[in-house]
Ligand binder design. Structure first.
Ligand code: HEM
Length: 508
């Protein structure tokens, strides 16, 4: 079933600008429209840059396609090199525009917490994501963002997400059927499918085995849509047949069919559950206005994307590091034996992160490989930070990935050391040093759900299997726009030597 037509790149939200879940609120204005023509967007960026009232911070500001290409492929070494040369605030010209990067604890805290109201997400460097997600929580700003968050927060409360542990154990147990001892499997591809099934079931009450979901390959379609963000900058401005943009749109339209038909069915039957879709369908403002299908679609698409892509990467990077550190695996298995003693993990263990060794591994994985690695923003007004001026309307990014690799904050940053996150070591970190989930009013809304999901998937996998890496495998990382292993994660499967958790199979 096709949904409402979306005529512009970002249609704005004028039809129903505000809504409320629990208490009446006043209507607020629509989100600004973004121009749909890449050429006029480009020209407007250049005009605004030329009109800047104060200089950009030092850096590499001459046009260079080689730099642009290198940044798309290897942003981390470039950012760390620029930090060495220019300090925590610098400018890189990427494609047509100057982009200011602010690295380190103070910068992260400045952008996400103390001065967050001077920055817009929607007009930042990742604004193309609006083409896939529309106006969901990630891509909106200001009062509309605040109210949208209020609507969705109840769905992420502890007791709500605790109920997902059952689904995650069941889905992971099922996914383990693909693991044959001695065989090589692509853990990244398996986890993407698993995480999408979990997101569909746990967040939206969608049946991944139902007729509608089976008719499309949702994981494949997300892969196809997100490939746009891995394509060459210059190709991203084209809109014609066969362009990365056209492929993104085609995939989004197929995913829309699934979402809109579910909305229609729920509206027609009145069927509701404890899921976010039910929450959105019943949201209303004080005049009884409800959300349009288009608005619900945008939130669902945003959460489906954010809710599976990040956890997929985290699980993959975690098992990549575990395959290289058998002594850490031994500690995790000993912990399972002691804490679970053959029982399946309980919801409270998984919600609270009670398996301490696993928790350290999770935190260190998110330090070294924060999947949402960059926080793209656009400055509203000019400002000063650490002795440099940044003009109004400048693209400004904070970057957890580079900030987590500053040797004066995390010694020997390339080493995988879970003990960095013992309570004492963590307490000694400066404010803003560790930001895998962002911070302030835009802190990841799915943080608890994501942590719980990764913990549960890892616990179930480790109850049965450990992995090693094929000898010729070298990890390369791509950004799409979250970071993930570039060519998947091939692992050799080994059955666990000691007794597996006894009653997991009962859940399958
Ligand atoms: C390991 C898992 C995850 C990581 C590392 C992660 C990371 C992040 C980060 C860094 C941000 C802030 C980006 C910025 O400042 O620009 C963010 C925002 C967001 N995340 Fe996550 N995320 C994870 C899982 C999830 C899950 C499971 C969901 C949904 C179920 C989710 C939904 C969102 C949404 C909707 C936002 C936008 C929040 C807002 O602007 O109010 N994330 N995430």
């Amino acid at each position: 079933m096709p949904g409402p037509e979306r005529s512009l790149l970002a249609p704005g939200l004028g039809r129903l600008a505000s809504f409320d879940y629990a208490c009446p609120v006043a209507l607020v204005g629509p989100q600004p429209l973004l121009n749909s023509s890449p050429l006029s967007v480009l020209l407007s960026d250049l005009r605004e840059e030329r009109a800047a009232s104060v200089p950009f911070p030092p850096g590499e500001t001459r046009l260079s396609m080689a730099r642009t290409r290198r940044f798309a492929n290897e942003p981390l070494p470039m950012l760390l090199d620029a930090y060495e040369r220019f300090g925590p605030v610098f400018t890189l010209r990427l494609f047509h525009s100057n982009v200011v990067f602010m690295l380190g604890p103070a910068a992260n805290h400045y952008i996400t917490v103390t001065h967050a109201s001077n920055f817009l997400w929607r007009e930042g460097h990742f604004r193309d994501l609006i083409g896939l997600m529309g106006d969901g929580l990630l891509t909106i700003d200001g009062e509309f963002h605040r109210r949208s968050r209020l609507i969705m927060l109840p769905a992420f409360h502890r007791e709500h997400i605790a109920a997902s542990v059952e689904v995650i154990v069941e889905e992971t147990t099922r996914a383990l059927e693909q693991f044959t001892p001695g065989a090589v499997v692509d853990l990244y591809a398996i986890t993407r499918r698993l995480a999408l099934r979990v997101a569909m079931r746990a967040l939206f009450g969608l049946d991944p085995d139902g007729e509608r979901a089976r008719a499309i390959d949702a994981a494949g379609l997300f892969e196809q849509a997100l490939a746009f963000y891995a394509s060459e900058y210059v190709l991203r401005v084209f809109r014609g047949r066969g362009s990365p943009w056209a492929r993104l749109q085609a995939a989004a339209r197929k995913l829309d069919t699934l979402i809109y038909s579910e909305i229609a069915e729920r509206r027609a039957t009145g069927r509701r559950g404890q899921d976010i879709l039910s929450l959105l369908l019943d949201a209303h403002d004080e005049d009884g206005n409800t959300l349009s299908d288009l608005q619900i679609r945008d939130e669902v698409m945003t959460l489906m994307f954010a809710g599976h892509d990040t956890t997929t990467s985290t699980v993959s990077f975690m098992f990549y590091e575990l395959a290289r550190h058998p002594q850490i695996v031994d500690r995790l298995l000993a912990e399972q034996d002691a804490e679970l003693a053959g029982r399946r993990p309980s919801a409270s263990q998984m919600v609270s992160g009670e398996l301490g060794e696993l928790e350290l591994v999770l935190e260190e994985t998110l330090r070294k490989y924060p999947p949402a690695w960059v926080g793209p923003r656009r400055a509203i007004d000019a400002f000063e930070f650490e002795g440099h001026t940044v003009p109004e309307r400048a693209f400004v990014n904070y970057c957890s990935w580079a900030s987590h690799h500053l040797p004066d904050v995390f010694a020997e940053p390339e080493a995988f050391r879970p003990e960095r996150f013992t309570p004492e070591a963590r307490a000694a970190l400066p404010k803003g040093a560790y930001v895998p989930f962002g911070g302030g009013s835009r802190t990841c809304i799915g943080m608890r759900f994501g942590q719980l999901e990764v913990r549960t998937i890892a616990t179930v996998i480790l109850s049965r299997f450990t992995f090693s890496l094929p000898e010729d495998f070298r990890l390369e990382i791509r950004q799409m726009p979250t970071i993930s292993p570039k060519r998947g994660l091939p692992v050799i499967v080994h059955p666990r030597a000691s007794a597996p958790l006894a009653d997991l199979s009962a859940a399958a």
